[in-house]
Design a protein around this ligand. Structure first.
Ligand SMILES: Nc1ncnc2c1ncn2[C@@H]1O[C@H](COP(=O)(O)OP(=O)(O)O)[C@@H](O)[C@H]1O
Ligand SMILES: [Mg+2]
Length: 375
């Protein structure tokens, strides 16, 4: 494990703490970021991402908890003394300065020669496709251009930590995809450490080494993109990560000779060889009243001999087909990579392999198992 650069220790943010309506934006957050790592804070709007970033940068005070950078407590220091560069969600460029001057301004404290500054600004402007607006003023460029200027101003700095708050939110999808690769290369090549705030899981997956999934100010899981997909810690992460979302069904287990039956709604009974589940998992399932099974749409097979389900929508998305059908009292979605078409009203067969099941506790949502073995 490489050196810890940033360490958040049980930080809390409560806005309007003394009022009658305090807002608990961040709750007991523990998080560490290694030197050279890209970490994404991922979650829906209002989950506390910006608050977390602003506390790290020093633009918001922590209500409680500690923030350490390179082992040094910084939460009581002014922003300028933390050696952190931030690209804000709202851009915040200086209106009287041109884009070039805005970007170069960030280098002022680094005491570089004029030529050197010009070279650096040109390089980052080229990377972010804003070379043609360097002479313009922030008031006369689009939101997407302001956003890239603001990102350039943050990335160009020689800081311990780079904080990027929704840095590509205003860009059209194609430009976003292009810049994602360039930004990742830029950060990794220079060995920078970055925290990326986003509500876009594709962006988080593509850029981050680890992703912190947040909901309601609470960290749900902090893991690699692959683990988040294959081993979600709870039902929230399971259904939040992955597109289209994981299919979920309440179920009960029943032992039947050499088989284990999972009973779903509407009389759907999934029968598996008992050997497909570990002994401790079987015991857990048989002693639970109800639990929730989850299957990713990519793992839902459509086969002639499967459990009958009635199609109600078939969506061709250009490179894959999403087939939605009524199954076990709910909707099940299957993703197919061929061009098969299933017309609404058609009855298809659904096959769910034991190795593709994620099982969660019905009450807490905590994961019991992934693919037949305890989580
Ligand atoms: N300055 C503030 N005063 C009061 N409440 C705030 C303030 N800033 C953010 N909040 C609230 O804190 C919560 C988290 O907000 P924020 O950190 O901006 O979320 P995100 O960036 O994930 O969308 C939200 O409920 C938001 O309304
Ligand atoms: Mg935000």
């Amino acid at each position: 494990m490489s050196e810890v650069l940033l360490d958040l220790q049980r930080i809390n943010k409560i806005y309007n703490e003394t009022s009658r309506h305090p807002v608990r934006a961040v709750k007991d957050l523990n998080l560490n970021v290694a030197q050279g790592e890209i970490v994404a804070l991922l979650g829906s709007s209002g989950c506390g991402k910006t608050s977390t970033l602003r506390m790290i940068a020093g633009f918001e005070a922590v209500s409680s908890g500690q923030i350490l950078i390179k082992g040094r407590p910084v939460h009581a220091l002014a922003p300028a003394r933390r050696n952190v560069a931030m690209a804000f969600e709202g851009y915040s460029l200086y209106p009287p300065l041109t884009v070039e001057e805005n970007i170069a301004f960030a280098l002022k404290s680094e005491r570089l020669a004029k030529d050197e500054i010009r070279k650096k600004v040109a390089e980052i402007a080229h990377l972010l496709e804003i070379e043609d607006i360097l002479e313009r003023y922030p008031g006369s460029i689009s939101g997407g251009q302001q956003q890239r200027a603001s990102l350039a101003r943050a990335l160009i700095r020689d800081a311990d930590l780079h904080l990027l708050d929704e840095p590509m939110g205003q860009l059209e999808p194609q430009l976003r995809a292009l810049l994602r690769g360039r930004i990742k290369h830029f950060i990794k090549e220079r060995g920078l450490t970055a925290i990326l705030v986003t509500h876009d899981q594709t962006e988080a997956n593509a850029l981050a080494d680890r992703i912190a999934v947040m909901e309601g100010g609470v960290l749900q899981q902090f893991d690699s993109p692959l683990h988040l997909k294959d081993r979600p810690a709870n039902l929230f992460t399971g259904t939040f990560i992955g597109e289209p979302p994981m299919n979920v069904f309440p179920a009960q287990a029943e032992a039947d000779g050499d088989n284990l039956k999972l009973n779903l709604a509407d009389g759907v009974c999934l029968t598996y060889p008992a050997s497909a589940f570990s002994d401790d998992l079987k015991a857990r399932l048989l002693s639970s009243d109800t639990f929730v099974i989850g299957v990713r749409p990519h793992a839902v097979k459509i086969t002639p001999g499967g459990h009958p389900a009635k199609v109600y929508a078939n969506q061709w998305l250009g490179d894959q087909t999403h087939v939605a059908a009524r199954f076990a009292g709910q909707t099940i979605v299957s993703v197919r990579h061929d061009r098969a078409h299933h017309a609404p009203g058609e009855t298809i067969g659904i096959d769910l392999a034991a190795s593709d099941l994620h099982i969660f506790a019905a009450d807490s949502g905590r994961a019991f198992s992934h693919g037949g073995a305890l989580a």
